[in-house]
Write a new protein. Structure first.
Length: 210
């Protein structure tokens, strides 16, 4: 069976080295790159075209932002977040960005390879306690969720909408995404038109649910 190429991105050196050693020792994987920030993750993902990307959610530049970019540019690549955060907001932001898995850093290293192999095969890798939260969340907001997911937003528009939901102003979104405020306004306007809502507050309510 061909080995899976995997990219590891985490700004905490001991963590990423431990993960690298674990996966190098597993003959099902080939580590294609090991980096410490979102920009490098995107760059190396484009260069090495890994099957899997294991991204820290809190690394410089944001693992969420890297996920948006990688899944947009490399739709065949699977992204798995690797984080200490068990916050529902982080989980949902990661899934909206295109992540196929969300693993906590206390995951047993002996199970990591099997979980990642499962993701590559089309399975989701999410701890049971977080799965329960997902079920409740989508049960509570199903009508709104369908309306949002049916909207033909681009990957950048999804990213802008996610940052709007986090409470960022246009100026802050521009800084986060390294684009101009005018470009942000254009994206916001496009999001409102596609969601058929009158203002950004309505878009955020639709996106975030009750």
């Amino acid at each position: 069976m061909a080995r899976l190429r995997i990219l590891i991105a985490d700004d905490h050196v001991p963590t990423r080295e431990e993960v690298r050693r674990t996966l190098v020792a597993d003959d099902r994987f080939e580590v294609s790159a090991v980096v410490g920030n979102a920009a490098a993750a995107v760059k190396e993902a484009i260069r090495t075209k890994p099957h899997l990307c294991l991204l820290d959610i809190r690394m410089p530049g944001s693992g969420i932002a890297a996920t948006w970019e990688i899944t947009a540019r490399l739709p065949e690549a699977k992204v798995v977040m690797f984080t200490v955060s068990d916050e529902s907001n982080d989980l949902f932001a990661a899934l909206r960005a295109g992540a196929s898995g969300y693993l906590l850093k206390d995951t047993d290293p002996l199970e990591l390879g099997d979980l990642l192999r499962g993701v590559a095969a089309g399975q989701a890798a999410i701890p049971p306690i977080l799965v329960a939260r997902m079920v409740q969340h989508f049960r509570d907001r199903a009508p709104r969720h369908r309306r949002v997911t049916d909207a033909p937003l681009t990957s950048r528009e999804w990213e802008v909408l996610d940052l709007m939901a986090q409470g960022q102003s246009n100026a802050q979104i521009a800084r986060t995404l390294s684009i101009t405020p005018i470009t942000v306004r254009n994206h916001v306007g496009s999001v409102l038109r596609k969601l058929r809502v009158p203002d950004r507050e309505s878009a955020v309510r639709l996106f975030s649910g009750p």
